[in-house]
Design a protein. Sequence first.
Length: 338
Amino acid sequence: MRDFNVPGILPCQSIEALIREGAIAAATPFEDDQVQPASLDLRLAGRCWRVRASFLPRHGAVRARIAEVAMHELDLTRGAVLERGCVYIAELQERLKLPAGVSARANPKSSTGRVDVFVRLLSDYGHAFDDVVEGYEGPIYMEIAPQTFSVLVRSGTRLNQLRLKAGQPPRLRVESVGVDLTGDIAGFRGRRHAGVVDLDHEDGHDPHDFWEPLYPRGGQLLLDPGEFYILASKGAVEIPVMEAAEMTPIDPSVGEFRVHYAGFFDPGFGTDEAHGKGSKGVLEVRSHETPFILEDGQTVARLVYEPLTEKPTRLYGDLGSHYQRQGLKLSKHFQVWE
């Protein structure tokens, strides 16, 4: 096993070493593009359960708790539609046997957040969603709750990603993220009664059937309660090659809205070195109980930067990406807006 005395986010070569050493295993062989520069894509396995409520296992195994709250089981090997407004728990193909000194944290993939599918990682005896304690050994599961669109998934669909950490990485800095409301189109609002989004079908959906374009008036945008919006950051986002970042919501006291999904940014995103200079961050925003006027440049999120333990052998976009050099952009499931 590797030495994990240097605190930081593990880069791709360390993740691949953990796979070779059996610390990360899977029911089927790992795919070539599954390991990202500083994260690992996780894949749905064969079974999923519609449950009556979300839960934290805390004092037991996830599988035992599923038996208490399950309404019915779905077979993902044949594909299944997960309906908006419902909650599901799915098995994942990956299994963990983390070495001492290594913990993990999960986040939705960019494409998952952009179609308003709320996902969280569960581990046995876990006291928090998405966080996996140091040295954890056992299966991992995913809670899935589509909010705006019903979605089609199957075994192998990737909805979230895992970031592995050695020790407690220091926060290098925290940067504010403002919203851009100056373009011809300021953003998009999800249509509530659209069709099903196939989460494995890239460029396969007409965006006009799922999204309504929004036009700013005087650098402002009125957010309606309960609606889902895709917006873009005011400034470009750049993640240096020796760092990784996570987007986090700001204190809700500054406005009746929130950036709905946290998100990982891998090293190289938006950098010259990875041919991504000028890339914007895409924001998934939902207003709360009252209408709220969002203004151009207003801070809506924070980017928290942490160090890597060593330079990654590849950078964001090296394996191809829909989101390098992006501006305001819908998820990869949709054709280009025209």
